[in-house]
Design a protein around this ligand. Structure first.
Ligand code: FMN
Length: 256
């Protein structure tokens, strides 16, 4: 095993000096990678309620913060598609497309506005959506359907080192990272920036879930290869980084 110091270096700021000595792709004027993974032609897309049309999630912020906790028990109730649209907007919603489509400003912050994540959903119980695997398209505020079939949340639970509660979720958020989006600007500083960025997504998911009478739990313990295989990502240029099941919680559970 490497020494702990090797791992701790990742958290420190020394890499900035190294990065300043080399030419990043950005400094070499190489165009940035697209801010969103393309969707295969002919893929089924589902429109989501526009942010300004949302009627859910009106709980005062202070109350949502007060209620926030990790939930590991969910009811069998479904979420509505509008609620899911709210959760997606809260975590990765785009407020502005900039630089002629090469960049985005979003609801969450991201170092250098690189926004290196993709959001996959293992849908089990969302009214109006067939169970299956979907991906969020933040720039169009749409879902694209990757494949249908129930039981995916349970498989995610198994891949999360057998954390069975994940299988009870109405929907499981699975975030992948495309590291090059951050490396283009940050090179060796990118891993730290990516890890910091990921926290923003999940914290907003916690607060937005509470605001709709649902709950979530951040999940960082999973088997990398199994999760990457479940999504069909290559594990090199794109891989799973964070997971969070969402489901309705009983009033007592959320108030406890
Ligand atoms: C990065 C991260 C990874 C986590 N991974 C797991 C996990 O794999 N399984 C789990 O049950 N909880 C996980 N949690 C939830 C924490 O255990 C939880 O936040 C902590 O116990 C504090 O409880 P609270 O969120 O209710 O305040 C994780 C939380 C974070 C922030």
């Amino acid at each position: 095993m490497e020494s702990m110091e090797t791992y701790r270096r990742f958290l420190k700021a020394y890499w900035w000096d190294e990065r300043d000595k080399v030419d990043t792709d950005q400094k070499q004027h190489i165009p940035p990678p697209p801010p969103q993974k393309p969707c295969a032609p002919g893929t089924v897309r589902i429109d989501l309620a526009a942010p300004e049309e949302l009627t859910v999630g009106t709980m005062p912020l202070g109350e949502a913060m007060q209620r926030r906790k990790s939930h590991r028990a969910f009811t069998q109730e479904s979420l509505t598609l509008e609620e899911l649209a709210f959760l997606l907007w809260a975590t990765q919603g785009v407020r502005e497309i900039v630089a002629g489509g090469r960049g985005t400003r979003r609801i969450v912050p991201s170092a250098g506005a690189r926004h290196p994540f993709e959001t996959y959903l293992a849908v089990e119980r969302v009214a109006g959506l067939e169970p299956g695997l979907y991906r969020y398209l933040p720039m169009e505020h749409q879902l694209c359907l990757l494949h249908t079939g129930s039981g995916l949340a349970e498989k995610v639970g198994c891949a999360c080192r057998d954390q069975a509660f994940i299988g009870q979720g109405a929907v499981v958020f699975i975030w992948t990272v495309i590291p090059y989006r951050a490396e283009w600007r940050y090179l060796m500083v990118a891993p730290k920036m990516i890890a910091l960025d990921a926290g923003h997504l999940c914290q907003n998911l916690y607060l937005a879930s509470e605001a709709i009478g649902a709950g979530t739990c951040a999940v960082g313990a999973y088997r990398q290869d199994q999760m990457d295989a479940l999504l069909g990502v290559d594990g090199q240029e794109e891989f799973v980084i964070y997971i969070a099941p969402v489901g309705r919680v009983t009033v007592n559970a959320s108030a406890a």
